[in-house]
Design a binder for this molecule. Structure first.
Ligand code: AOF
Ligand code: ZN
Length: 380
């Protein structure tokens, strides 16, 4: 979308701020994606900005910096600012973090009206930004495009509210719902274009998680071959610490970190060897010598991971769905039929008793990627 010069309605201004905010996704986490648009009283665009990367200037500050650069005449600039309204998707911050408070920057700029999309629930803000603006006599209204803003920042909001990362699940299956043939062969079910897509997805993630069976059977690299904004940690759920020392994952620990989630019963000498090879070990024990997925996710959340991707196999995805941990799914369906009553399906685990218990995908999109059908949607 190229920058519009004028907007039809206040809602259209906020929609544009949301669009700008979305450009920061993948780069700003664990911060929220935020957009800011400054308009005059006729809704003409004066300037705009968004939070571009973690640690960098916030949306409001980027918008104001751009405005100062473009309107050199200071008195004209002050006049424009005094009659302008700042639309910002998130309540301006009021704390000194990696950057100074936006509330102070807005007040100092002489802006008199602010339209806020949603409140910032972060404990260091939580209404304080709006309060500061109001104390300085700035007129603040809230609540435009709230649903889109919450949708855009669902992973940020989830991490803040629950301490758990937003969990994406991805699999590629045949038309008859198999992720491998009866002999376990899975290369390749989806086509080249779909696999490229997966790399784009991986490049936005903080972690990629697979089960030990998949790690052994596929010997995957789990690195990002299409350079993205992030380098995800490669996580293996491996209760017995069975990951071979000569696996591709272990051999490439210098390219991207490898975290092994093990149970309390994992043999100490295996753990020691893997640790010496550079693998990070997390003991996240559950019942029956299994890894407790919730404990693992909580630890990833504690490390400020906002988006994680579970790539299989069927057992791990089954546990993830059984535990209701999955928030978003990415499914590639290839026009091939593998057959075989015992060939593995994507989601194992205990499963449901009734179809009526199944969560339905929201905001579902269906796209043809090469010869495959890519179905994407959210569960929460
Ligand atoms: C805003 N505008 O564009 C963003 C905000 O460490 P810092 O200084 O980057 O602050 C991060 C916090 O600021 C983050 O947790 C969230 O509460 C808020 N994000 N606030 O006014 C922005 N990205
Ligand atoms: Zn700020």
């Amino acid at each position: 979308m190229s920058a519009p010069e004028k907007f039809d309605s206040p809602n259209a201004v906020m929609q544009y701020a949301v669009e700008l905010a979305s450009r920061g996704l993948g780069r700003v986490e664990p911060n929220p994606a935020v957009g800011a648009v400054l308009v005059d009283e006729h809704l003409n665009l004066l300037t705009s900005g968004y939070h571009e990367r973690f640690g960098g200037p916030h949306a409001e500050v980027n918008a104001l910096t751009d405005f100062v650069a473009r309107v050199e005449d200071a008195s004209f600039r002050q006049e424009l600012l005094a009659n302008a309204t700042l639309y910002v998707t998130l309540e301006p911050c009021c704390h000194h973090g990696k950057t100074p408070p936006c509330s102070e920057a807005v007040i100092a700029a002489g802006i008199r009206k602010v339209q806020v999309g949603i409140r910032d629930p972060s404990p260091h803000v939580a209404g304080g930004g709006i309060q500061q603006l109001q104390n300085a006599g700035v007129q603040v209204s809230t609540g435009l495009a709230e649903e889109q803003i919450r949708e855009l920042n669902a992973p940020f909001l989830k991490l803040l509210e629950s301490g758990l990362p937003w969990v994406h699940a991805k699999w590629a299956m045949t038309l008859d719902g198999k992720i491998a043939t009866r002999t376990g062969v899975s290369k390749w079910i989806s086509g080249e274009a779909s696999r490229q897509r997966v790399h784009l997805l991986r490049g936005r993630m903080d972690a990629i998680i697979v089960g030990a069976g998949t790690a052994r059977a596929d010997d995957p690299l789990l690195t990002v071959r299409v350079p993205g904004p992030r380098t995800p940690v490669r996580v293996v759920v491996d209760s017995g610490a069975s990951l071979p020392l000569d696996s591709q994952l272990v051999r490439t620990v210098d390219e991207a970190p490898v975290l092994l989630a093990v149970s309390e019963d994992a043999p100490a000498e295996r753990i020691e060897k893997l640790r010496n090879a550079g693998v990070d070990i997390l003991v996240a024990g559950g019942t029956e010598s299994r890894v407790d997925l919730k404990k693992l996710l909580a630890e990833l959340g504690r490390r400020s991971m906002t988006n994680v991707l579970i790539e299989g196999g069927g057992e791990l995805l089954g546990a993830a769905f059984d535990g209701h941990f999955v928030d978003e799914t990415h499914v590639f369906v290839a026009p091939k039929i593998a057959g075989g009553a015992d060939a593995v399906t994507p989601v194992g685990g205990v499963g449901l008793e009734l179809i009526s218990e199944a969560g339905q995908l929201r905001g579902q999109t269906v796209e043809l990627v090469g010869d495959d059908v890519y179905i994407h949607g959210r569960l929460h």
